[in-house]
Design a binder for this molecule. Structure first.
Ligand code: HEB
Length: 729
């Protein structure tokens, strides 16, 4: 097992690191700085505020679009001619690289927002020449405009490519709305790319495991190095290990990994016809007049098919634009010898191939050239587990068809969240377990909601217990891959309930009680209504009469529809909202609060109001490191008022580090008497120490803003409770 033992998404091999690692400006210091134009919340998104992508997509002539894409496949352009007269394989690689950045660790990456258009992804070495693929698509994007996003177009084009070459597809769901900012995602801390010396991230001899949440083996790759671990073609075991680990981080098991790789490489070719030093720079660093194109190749050479992308050269099969089983047939029919491509890359070539097993030349079908396998492909027969699966697929075309179609569908849709988010006429009927299916719930009438609220408040459960339970349920949501959330009530399954952050015994008590008194209300709704009743009571006890709105209609997922293993990465290693930290990480604890707030889709004021309000209500985890009540800086826990902000910002307290805490716990004493008043963590004090957070905290501590604070808290609370209600819109 090569995974990071602690399992913490922020534990790495590096020491303390910046939350987002190396960013665009670090890679391209000369990049035009547009950030200042987004200061003050000014949007980079040019679409109208009321633009509704779902509506726009649903109005598209889907058939005509697919026909246009099909025609494009064979409409070869002189500036980048199609290998074998068919762009299909090229577009499949584009779609796979768009979707393939997805990782389960934090749900980020993936093809969900068209990030391949922006740095750094547009310039990753592994995305070499995909700038051409996107430009080939521009006339179609232009034609259909707002009705199809780039993000959807990348994936749909991959599907059409497969179909147009006779391959099996399982379906297509649209609904990926483009964004207009490069997303800030942690891609690693290395200062070099894979092609300029970035180290490989799994090095067992040095005790190095792949850092979470990363899913690529070297900086600038989608997954593994095709030439072998760190470029070593002889390390068959290491190759399989790297594939297994990186594909697992994309939620793919062995069978899916084999099906995807073999199915993908049934198509197309690798490009390594020239030495790599004749290769221009990547798009983001290219000269202005190149107009966003990178990796420049002499047009004459392009015409001859002398192109270098990965540096590996050749097709996998004799029929690179036709779906079939030649990939496995050749893989097992021949022994392969290690050779070097013209560009100097390590690759494997069949020994003494029969003439009919030679591939056509990409530009001249009358010419025959040898096929090849990468070291990664060779793992499908060198690794015993992969080999079993490969042999089965070799002998059973229908099994490969089904496995490839399903794995491709999962690859392309895994980051879209629940099926209700899919649009268009090709959404498959079948529910798939990785979609976390939740049956439709029923609306609860207003009178039943209020009756249940009274029962809850009479049940003996405390405000803090109820608030924590509702938060535990809803805050599993991740805005990155749209998984988790209160819908489905997955919180009641032991695997989730028993997360340490949830104070399992207390949570079990709360859920058991709610189950007893909920009547016909779904558990998922009951948990949220109970939380809202508790917040209302806490506000009332502080003198504010406010309704916490609930939108019912949540369903309860069944045990059979719950994929426990796929929920593991959703466990928080820190939840600053509940003042919880499992183990110290390589990023600061307050960074993890920000990360969590980002995954919940919260703004700075929303995060601030939630932290202050939850603390005031005493809703903190009673975890071992910090003990009960840490961070509850109020004399009146259980009331929803602004006392936490007032006490945090006042000058009457001196804060000191608690020595043995490793800079994680602090004690606040009275400046005059020296008496201990409070205990707090980094995620408390950061609201007094960080100037921007302090500015917001001050607003909530100010006279006259007491009620505003309660209103803002309730708004942010409701936003979190409803974060996964895609069924509503
Ligand atoms: Fe792949 C291509 C590698 C997976 C699909 N690939 C390719 C190449 C390489 C690779 C190196 C070449 C590039 C150039 O151009 O030069 N892959 C690889 C690896 C892996 C993979 C290492 C992991 C194991 N693929 C994959 C998948 C898919 C694919 C999964 C899907 C499904 N690819 C592909 C295609 C191609 C490639 C289709 C072709 C493209 C053209 O033709 O252009």
């Amino acid at each position: 097992k090569t995974g990071d033992i602690s399992g913490c998404p922020f534990h790495g091999n590096a020491g303390t690191r910046d939350l987002f690692g190396r960013r665009n400006r670090d890679w391209w210091p000369d990049q035009l700085d547009l950030e200042i134009l987004t200061e003050g919340g000014r949007a980079a998104d040019p679409m109208d505020e009321d633009f509704d992508y779902c509506e726009a997509f649903n109005a598209i002539d889907y058939k005509a679009l697919k026909q246009d894409l099909t025609d494009l496949m064979t409409d070869s352009q002189d500036w980048w001619p199609a290998d074998y007269g068919h762009y299909g394989p090229f577009f499949i690689r584009m779609a796979w690289h768009a979707a393939g950045t997805y990782r389960t660790g934090d749900g980020r990456g993936g093809g969900g927002s068209g990030q391949q258009r922006f740095a750094p992804l547009n310039s990753w070495p592994d995305n070499g020449n995909l700038d051409k693929a996107r430009r080939l698509l521009w006339p179609i994007k232009q034609k259909y405009g707002k009705h199809i996003s780039w993000a959807d177009l990348f994936i749909l084009t991959g599907n059409v490519a497969i179909e147009s070459m006779g391959g099996p597809v399982f379906g297509f769901g649209g609904g990926r709305k483009d964004v207009f900012d490069p997303e800030t995602v942690y891609w690693g801390t290395e200062e070099k790319w894979v092609d300029t010396g970035a180290e490989t991230r799994i090095q067992p001899d040095e005790g190095m495991a792949l850092e979470n949440p990363l899913a690529a083996i070297q900086m600038g790759l989608i997954y593994v190095n095709p030439e072998g671990p760190g470029g070593n073609p002889h390390d068959a075991e290491g190759m399989a290990r790297d594939m297994r680990e990186t594909f697992a981080r994309m939620a793919m098991n062995d069978e899916e990994t084999v099906a995807l790789t073999a199915g993908g490489h049934a198509f197309g070719k690798a490009h390594g016809a020239k030495p790599a030093d004749t290769f221009g720079s990547a798009p983001e660093g290219e000269a202005l007049h190149r107009m966003g194109f990178g990796w420049l190749t002499d047009p004459e050479e392009i015409g001859k098919g002398h192109i270098t992308t990965s540096g590996i050269e050749g097709a996998w099969t004799p029929n690179p634009t036709q779906w079939g089983n030649d990939y496995f047939r050749l893989l097992f029919k021949y022994d392969y010898e290690l050779v070097q491509s013209p560009a100097g890359a390590n690759q494997w070539q069949p020994i003494n191939p029969d003439p009919e097993d030679m591939a056509p030349d990409a530009r001249d079908p009358s010419k025959k050239v040898p096929t090849m396998m990468t070291t990664a492909d060779m793992a499908l027969k060198r690794d015993p587990e992969y080999r079993k699966i490969s042999e089965r697929f070799r002998d059973d075309q229908a099994a490969l068809d089904d496995a490839f179609a399903r794995a491709w569908f999962k690859l392309c849709h895994r980051d879209m969240g629940p099926k209700v988010r899919y649009l268009g006429p090709e959404v498959p009927e079948e529910d798939l377990i990785w979609q976390d299916p939740v049956p439709a719930g029923t609306q609860v009438s207003d009178s039943d909601v209020s009756a249940f609220k009274s029962k809850v408040l009479d049940s003996g459960l405390t405000v803090s217990e109820l608030v924590k339970a509702a938060w535990a349920s809803a805050s599993t949501y991740r805005n990155s891959d749209h998984r988790g959330g209160a819908n489905g009530a997955h919180i009641r399954f032991d695997e989730i309930k028993n997360w340490k952050v949830n104070d399992p015994e207390e949570l079990d008590k709360v859920l058991t009680k709610l189950d007893e008194i909920r009547g016909g209300i779904s558990m998922a709704d009951a948990i949220v209504i109970a939380g809202s009743a508790a917040v209302e009571k806490a506000a009332k006890d502080a003198g504010f009469d406010i309704t916490v709105p609930v939108t019912t209609g949540r369903g309860d997922a069944s045990r059979e529809d719950f994929d426990a293993e796929s929920w593991e990465p959703l466990e928080p290693f820190a939840d600053g909202f509940r003042n919880y930290l499992k183990t110290k990480a390589s990023v600061k604890t307050e960074d993890m609060l920000v990360d969590r707030a980002h995954l919940l889709g919260l703004s700075i004021p929303e995060m601030t109001a939630l932290v202050g309000g939850m603390r005031a209500m005493g809703a903190v985890t009673k975890h071992t490191t910090h003990g009960n009540r840490i961070g509850v800086l109020t004399e009146t826990p259980g009331k929803l008022d602004n006392s936490w902000f007032v006490n945090l910002l006042g000058m009457g307290v001196i804060w000191e580090v608690v020595d043995e805490s490793g800079d994680e716990e602090f004690v606040g004493t009275c400046r005059k008497t020296g008496k201990e008043l409070w205990r707090a963590t980094r995620t408390d004090l950061v609201f007094g120490s960080n100037s921007r957070l302090r500015a917001v905290a001050e607003v909530y501590a100010e006279n006259g803003n007491e009620e505003k604070f309660v209103r803002d808290f309730v708004k942010a609370w409701t936003k979190v409770m409803d974060a996964d209600r895609f069924d509503l819109t």
